[in-house]
Design a binder for this molecule. Structure first.
Ligand SMILES: Cc1cc2nc3c(=O)[nH]c(=O)nc-3n(C[C@H](O)[C@H](O)[C@H](O)COP(=O)(O)OP(=O)(O)OC[C@H]3O[C@@H](n4cnc5c(N)ncnc54)[C@H](O)[C@@H]3O)c2cc1C
Length: 369
């Protein structure tokens, strides 16, 4: 096999092929935009075709559930949880159920240099590090293999990720009976930004403020939770002082502008109410219009219960999570990513040409002139 994918739009970097290759012939390599793609070592490949046969973007049905989900509004009862979560704290409630039962959580964390990656944890502290959205594509590494090992050890596992990553895990697990103890949770995902631009942005913050970055929070609750405010709440600290800084550039100039989004997001197969997960979590945008009694300036979640497993998990957190059913039309109206992929701006190619030719600081200068 020469290539797992035909063109970049057909690879989400979910890493299912890398984790599944029986001869370890595949490794994930960053391209010039910093996104990981599978590369096949021809000397190890035995042409078994497993990588393409399981690929969630190729295989029929994309591992999505057939039934329509139930839509719910939800909010954690603890103010502390709300203040330390992106939305209404659904992730904390769901993961607490698994931790209480002695299970394992897989979610997105930072390494020591604030690179974004998937990690495994069995502790509250480890889980708390996974809280709050990191708007950068995470490196899955060999996490799917670790999940299989946990399931073989009879542990219950909750995996959280973007919709394509969830489908990647489904692809990797296939119809294994081990999945009985696996809970899969995804987010409604706007699109996923480049880890390379994230690296440059962090370097810029360190250059401007001195020292090394010591703390980062993409979606803090320094101001009221609302769609309009969500691009104003990025906080960070560096080792040069105890000051907490607020910076809007990553969100406004890049994530919001959609120039640094992965090519496959423009043809995303998962912008659908049929999910590859058991349960889906996101922000309940518009709740102040539809059910003002649910509005909370500290955050509100929408939850899609995609199957029986999702319903069972949700039911187990009814002590800490308040929730009730809502009409699906509300989410259809507010969440574009339930029906259509992101559209790239016309200047995406120009952005990357300028980046390659002149570098990141030139781009920042141009965009802030
Ligand atoms: C790239 C991205 C795009 C998103 N787009 C939308 C959107 O268009 N509309 C919307 O309503 N919500 C979107 N969300 C989801 C939203 O931001 C919250 O993550 C979600 O509502 C969960 O909030 P919470 O309070 O329940 O959990 P929190 O306690 O805030 O937990 C965050 C959860 O997100 C996971 N996570 C964090 N960063 C990443 C990442 N880079 N990749 C995969 N998983 C990650 C963590 O593992 C954890 O499970 C997006 C999230 C991400 C990461």
């Amino acid at each position: 096999m020469e290539k797992v994918y035909l063109k970049k739009e057909y690879c989400s970097g979910c890493s299912a092929c890398y984790n599944s290759c029986p001869t370890k012939a595949i490794h994930m390599k960053p391209d010039e935009e910093g996104f990981l793609y599978p590369v096949i070592d021809q000397s190890l490949c035995v042409d078994c075709n497993k990588c393409v046969n399981i690929c969630p973007l190729i295989c029929e049905g994309n591992y999505k559930q057939k039934a329509e989900p139930a839509f719910l509004v939800a909010k954690h009862k603890s103010e502390e949880v709300l203040m330390n979560s992106t939305s209404g704290g659904a992730f904390t409630a769901l993961s607490d159920v698994i931790l209480r039962e002695g299970g394992v959580i897989y979610g997105v964390d930072y390494d020591d240099d604030f690179r974004v990656l998937h990690r495994r944890t069995e502790t509250i502290e480890g889980r708390n590090r996974m809280r709050v959205s990191k708007y950068v594509q995470s490196n899955i590494g060999n996490i799917f293999e670790q999940i299989k090992k946990d399931l073989m050890d009879k542990r219950t596992v909750l995996f959280t990720g973007t919709p394509c990553q969830d489908a990647g895990l489904r692809a990797y697990m296939g119809d294994s009976p081990l999945t009985e103890n696996l809970y899969v949770c995804d987010l409604i995902c706007h699109s996923i930004p480049s880890p390379l631009i994230w690296e440059d942005y962090k370097k810029l913050l360190e250059k401007e403020h001195g020292g090394k970055l010591t703390d980062i929070q993409f979606r803090s609750k320094i101001i009221d939770w609302s769609r309009e405010n969500s691009n104003k709440t990025f906080l960070f600290k560096t080792s040069s002082s105890e000051d907490i800084h607020n910076d809007e550039r990553f969100y406004k100039l890049f994530f919001g502008a959609k120039t640094i989004t992965r090519p496959s997001c423009s043809e995303c197969q998962f912008t659908d109410i049929h999910r590859a997960s058991d349960i889906t979590i996101a922000d309940y945008w518009g709740i102040e219009k539809y059910a003002p009694e649910w509005m909370d300036t500290k955050g509100v979640s929408v939850i899609l219960v995609n199957n029986e497993k999702g319903a069972e998990l949700l039911q187990k957190c009814s002590k800490e999570l308040k929730y009730e059913k809502r009409p699906k039309e509300e989410s259809f109206t507010e969440q574009q990513r339930l029906s259509e992929p992101v559209q790239f701006p016309e200047d995406r190619d120009k952005f990357w040409n300028d980046y390659r030719e002149h570098g990141f600081e030139y781009i920042i200068e141009q965009l802030t002139k």
